[in-house]
Design a protein around this ligand. Structure first.
Ligand SMILES: O=C(O)CCC(=O)C(=O)O
Length: 284
């Protein structure tokens, strides 16, 4: 077993993260110990809702690759229950435990040189990207404007099921963090139904994104993508028959000066607005 403060990444991986603003680490989490307990509880929560609202539906017994059994039929019957599951699953103890894994502190120490990481309040959750839905699909964005806390935060992104092309994996623009903060429109002109962080749209989105090579890694449970808070990324379009489940955990750095200036304020989820904290970024 390694010492508590040992680096988890090689120097080459850390350098790649600095260059690309993203790093994929295959098999970062222990699937049986850290991921499967989350899948197991999601399966139980879906089972409760099926029992209460749709007892005629069938849910297969738990298997890690079928933890969401019955979910697609459930939301086809009542889409509102998808929101109930979304709010519920982030409160699963195994997920909350993963959120504060000491391994994340070590990544912050190695990649940000910080002895004082923070767990962004309201910044952790489990996304469920449903097939053919736009309202909660993330446009191209940087996480800082929708999270704040500190400029140099990290997103720990990891799927709960094996991703396929059809599920619309996360799209990532390599090296885009190096251009700094990007101005945004606070309404999406193409999708007026979107609100809050989902409505943010990069100014000159097409021109900005075209400057970078894009990747959409097909990760599996246990794999981790670490994203810089300034990296540009977007949800793909889910054209599969199955929702895409993935975990996001966000850390910030109490030592970083912009974070100190804004007193580690949170963004949308904390009821603050971009206009209030960073008016210079609003390009409406
Ligand atoms: O998983 C997705 O589709 C989007 C996630 C995202 O934008 C984020 O983690 O900041």
């Amino acid at each position: 077993m390694s010492a508590p403060c040992a680096n988890l990444l090689t120097d080459a991986q850390a350098a790649q993260f600095g260059r690309d603003g993203v790093l994929v680490v295959p098999g970062f989490y222990d699937v049986a110990r850290e991921v499967e307990p989350i899948q197991r509880d999601i399966h139980k929560i879906i089972g409760i809702l099926i029992g209460r609202h749709a007892p005629h539906l069938r849910q297969a017994p738990f298997k890690p690759d079928q933890f969401d059994s019955g979910f697609q039929d459930l939301i086809a019957q009542d889409r509102r229950l998808g929101g109930v599951v979304y709010d519920a699953v982030k409160q699963i103890p195994a997920f909350v435990r993963l959120t504060v894994s000491e391994k994340h502190d070590r990544l912050m120490r190695q990649l940000r040189g910080s002895d004082l990481p923070g767990v962004a309040a309201g910044g952790s959750g489990i996304r469920i990207d449903h097939p053919h839905e736009e309202r909660f699909r993330a446009n191209w964005h940087q996480d800082y404007p929708s999270q704040f806390r500190s400029l140099d935060g990290l997103v720990f992104w990891s799927p709960l099921l094996p991703l396929t092309e059809e599920m619309g994996p996360l799209q990532i623009a390599l090296g885009s963090h190096r251009e700094g903060l990007a101005p945004v429109l606070t309404r999406d002109p193409d999708h007026p139904e979107k609100s809050g962080a989902y409505a943010l749209r990069l100014k000159d989105e097409a021109g900005r994104i075209a400057r970078y090579q894009q990747i959409s890694p097909l990760l599996a449970p246990g794999d981790l993508a670490i994203l810089d808070f300034l990296n540009l990324h977007a949800s793909g379009h889910n054209r599969a028959q199955r929702s895409r489940w993935s975990m996001q955990i966000r850390y910030f750095n109490f030592r970083e000066p912009t974070g100190q200036r804004i007193e580690w304020a949170g963004s949308f989820a904390a009821g603050r607005s971009l206009r209030e904290i960073h008016p210079e970024l609003v390009a409406d």
